[in-house]
Design a binder for this molecule. Structure first.
Ligand code: NCD
Length: 353
């Protein structure tokens, strides 16, 4: 196992993650990827510990991936399903969390449609003087740290399979395309990718990528405000001095974001937004922002496409591109997810914090 030092009890956001923390996660995940390639894909690391999955919102891959990760580490896993729980009888979320605490839970993995729920539970666990670690598995439109970390691991292992590390992304161009405004995946990825020194290009229709988003990012990143880093808008870059870390650019049309990109991250178009009149039609969205083979020609020849899933085939990405292993990293993302989540549970549960 990699020599790692970890001082974080909870993982709620990547906004203040340090480069050393990213590298620790990447190194640890690489060790677990090796474990997962063995015939016996299990280690006794978390034997006797209890991991509770508290998913108040639907999930296929994140919930299953945390469950498998906990099992591969030999932890006992409890899966909570809101529809068949006492939540339906009026129990509060905090009381549900405290019930699992009383059963001896060591780590809670929490997803909720409201931003801030994992943080509130983490604060309550600290207030009660427990050592329970809380991992945010997606809260509203806020953050999804384990998704961004598995995206990072997927990209870095492609660049260096033996030693994936953050600096491999320095100077790479990464486009994030789609419903940025409502995406917790985009928010977490913005922190990790800009921390790596990559150039991050956001692209989407103005209703899903408002101009104020750049200000939001600069105000909410501990790192960017500490270093005085700037976030230039597309087309206003020449007069900007080069900031020390990665830059963020905003685009309201796709070609400039894709030009010479090394990686393209597409985001699920949340169809529920249609009812809020934020988009004319799915067909028009696909015409303007959908990833297709033709559009890939604007990128580097070695470009790869990512998507956190679930995918609306033919909307954010064309169906044939999604299934083409020469370009699509979607299956690798799912595979990486188990190793990365093993790393996170291991680091949080290894008794150091
Ligand atoms: C994402 C999520 O739930 O935030 N999916 C995931 O965790 N794999 C993205 C989405 O639902 O669009």
């Amino acid at each position: 196992m990699a020599d790692t030092t970890w001082f974080r009890r909870h993982i709620i956001s990547l906004a203040d993650f340090t480069p050393a923390e990213y590298d620790t996660v990447l190194q640890t995940a690489a060790s677990f990827r090796e474990v997962l390639s063995r015939r016996t894909k299990k280690v006794p690391t978390l034997q006797g510990q209890v991991v509770t999955n508290l998913f108040f919102e639907s999930s296929t891959r994140t919930r299953s991936s945390f469950e498998l990760a906990a099992k591969r580490l030999s932890a006992d896993i409890l899966n909570f399903a809101p529809g068949t729980s006492s939540i339906t009888k009026g129990e509060t979320i905090l009381d549900t969390a405290k019930t699992y605490l009383a059963m001896g839970t060591d780590m809670m993995v929490i997803r909720h449609r409201e931003a801030g729920v994992p943080l509130a539970i983490a604060q309550e666990m600290d207030r009660l003087n427990t050592h329970v670690g809380v991992l945010n598995a997606g809260d509203g439109q806020h953050e999804h740290p384990s998704q961004a970390l598995l995206d990072l691991f997927t990209i870095c292992t492609l660049l260096d399979p033996n030693e994936p590390h953050l600096a491999l992304l320095r100077g790479k161009k990464i486009a994030i395309v789609g419903d940025i405004l409502h995406s917790r995946v985009a928010r977490s990825n913005i922190w990790s990718l800009t921390a790596s020194g990559a150039e991050v290009h956001l692209a989407g229709p103005p209703t899903l990528l408002p101009r104020w988003f750049a200000e939001f990012v600069s105000q909410n990143s501990a790192r960017t405000s500490a270093t005085g880093d700037r976030i230039p808008h597309s087309g206003h870059t020449e007069s900007e001095p080069s900031p020390p870390l990665g830059q963020l650019f905003l685009h309201w049309s796709l070609p400039a974001a894709l030009e010479n990109a090394d990686f393209v991250m597409t985001l699920r178009l949340q169809k529920e937004r249609m009812t809020q009149h934020l988009l004319p039609s799915l067909r028009e969205y696909h015409q303007q922002f959908g990833m297709t083979r033709d559009r890939l020609k604007l990128c580097q020849p070695h470009v790869k496409v990512l998507h956190p899933g679930p995918v609306n085939r033919g909307v954010e990405i064309s169906s044939d591109l999604m299934d083409d292993p020469a370009f699509s990293l979607i299956a690798q993302q799912v595979t990486s997810g188990v190793a990365v989540r093993m790393a996170l549970l291991y680091l949080m549960g290894s008794g150091r914090v």
